[in-house]
Design a protein around this ligand. Structure first.
Ligand SMILES: [Fe+2]
Ligand SMILES: [Fe+2]
Length: 171
């Protein structure tokens, strides 16, 4: 929810119970990746993981461990310090309401912080997937990271991917 995401921008550290939760699911490599995200993205990722556990996963035949790891790591392609607080908000709005503009305005060079923020937003699934792959994260988790913003596809979407997308949108 957007108001929770706004609240995340004011955080300086993840609450202790959330840190313990994250440690119970991620190995050393996963923790390294998780910790290089901003606290705002960490808090969002914990909410996605908790949403999956508490609201949606009960009774379903799926790989919960893999899905929770993917929830915690889905946004690792957004590295801490790359997107300022104001740009985060603007980029979120553009991604949601004007996705074509995001791709049109995005620039890889850093002369405009805003355009670079759009670029990071556009590539974070593939970049995060690559980062996770190179750190030896479970290939199933890597696939979920890479596909978490792909358009819905009845043929390709596994139950895990559908749940991750839903939890991401709700969190
Ligand atoms: Fe994402
Ligand atoms: Fe996300």
């Amino acid at each position: 929810m957007w108001w929770l995401r706004l609240g995340d921008l004011l955080r300086f550290r993840l609450p202790r119970h959330d840190q313990m939760f994250v440690k119970s699911y991620l190995n050393e490599a996963g923790l390294f990746l998780f910790n290089q995200m901003s606290v705002a993205d960490q808090a969002h990722s914990v909410r996605v993981a908790r949403y999956i556990i508490e609201e949606r996963a009960a009774g379903k035949d799926l790989n919960l461990d893999c899905l929770v790891q993917a929830a915690l790591l889905h946004d690792v392609g957004k590295v801490k310090g790359e997107i300022g607080r104001i740009n985060r908000i603007v980029v979120g709005i553009i991604r949601r309401f004007f996705p074509r503009k995001r791709d049109q305005w995005a620039r890889r060079d850093k002369t405009s912080a805003f355009r670079y923020a759009l670029y990071v937003d556009a590539i974070h699934p593939s970049r995060g997937g690559y980062m996770a792959e190179s750190m030896g994260i479970d290939p199933q988790v890597v696939t979920l990271i890479k596909k978490h913003h792909d358009p819905d596809s009845a043929a390709d979407d596994t139950l895990e991917l559908s749940l991750l997308k839903l939890a991401d949108a709700k969190s």
